[in-house]
Design a protein around this ligand. Sequence first.
Ligand SMILES: [Zn+2]
Length: 233
Amino acid sequence: MLLAFISFGSHNHPTKMNINPKLTLISLLSLTTFVFGADHPAPSVDADAALAKLKEGNARFSSSKVSQGKPTAAKRAETAQAQHPFAIVLGCADSRTAPEIVFDQNIGDLFVVRTAGNLVDEHALGSIEYAVDHLGVRLIVVLGHTRCGAVTAALASDTAPGHVQSLVRDIQPAVKAAKGKDGNVTDLTVAENARLMAAKIRNEASLGEFAKEVRIISGVYDLDTGKVEWAKD
Ligand SMILES: [Zn+2]
């Protein structure tokens, strides 16, 4: 694209170049793509700045301020051809915990993977690796939430019908880790489960050369207050 632009420009204006700001921007963007490679874009937002954006968004949401994240037609048009999300969120499938809403973000802002109990499987790892490698995302958040149904089921029994069995089975390490600790057993297990899933991503995701730039952190969304409480990463 850069080469095409240069050859087009020099062919038509060999001595006098009209500087069109729009074309200059396009050529700069093309140069960025050329330098960094389309498959390995430079991160648009580093991990710490991405976390700050999520914290600001959650503060807006939990204090009921006017949302800045409405998916307008203009925003849809802006993001239709390419996505540049600034954070990956692995969250629970629970209908009350949509990351775009609780972090007050728009379409195109978050790369979201959701499973009941915010569990990490092969597909989740593959999705995360894709977003880090191809979309330049440098922050990974595992988001549990209070009164999680999957965690409650895992606390009640380590067996369940059908494929729900895989959920209660994979939450058992968190059930064990929370045992004997002081406090609400469901809250403790939710926090342990999110922490263990963050550790699993840290240990198992193939992030290659980007691993040292990537920050992985867990948090728990409170259904009552709307606030996310962050763990230490
Ligand atoms: Zn849940």
